[in-house]
Design a protein. Structure first.
Length: 81
């Protein structure tokens, strides 16, 4: 992720009401990333979501946080992914 991760997280927390934390598999997200972001654009709107690092064990890339503006998109995201 480019830029300052803490600033990106702070901005996402300010803009979006819902956060979903996803553990990243040891082999990474890989081919799922592009379809996931395409799905988010189509279902939550461009600018209606953000993905940030959400390391849970002191490792910056062992988890990601997906921020969304409301529960409807969040429930659909969890059901899909």
């Amino acid at each position: 992720m480019p830029g300052n991760p803490r600033a990106i997280i702070t901005e996402a927390e300010r803009l979006f009401l819902v956060r979903i934390v996803i553990r990243v598999p040891s082999n990474g997200i890989g081919t799922h990333y592009a379809p996931m972001t395409d799905w988010l654009d189509e279902n939550c709107g461009i600018g209606g979501w953000s993905i940030t690092p959400a390391g849970t064990r002191g490792i910056a890339n062992d988890a990601i946080a997906v921020y969304m503006s409301g529960p409807t998109c969040a429930v659909a995201f969890v059901a899909r992914w």
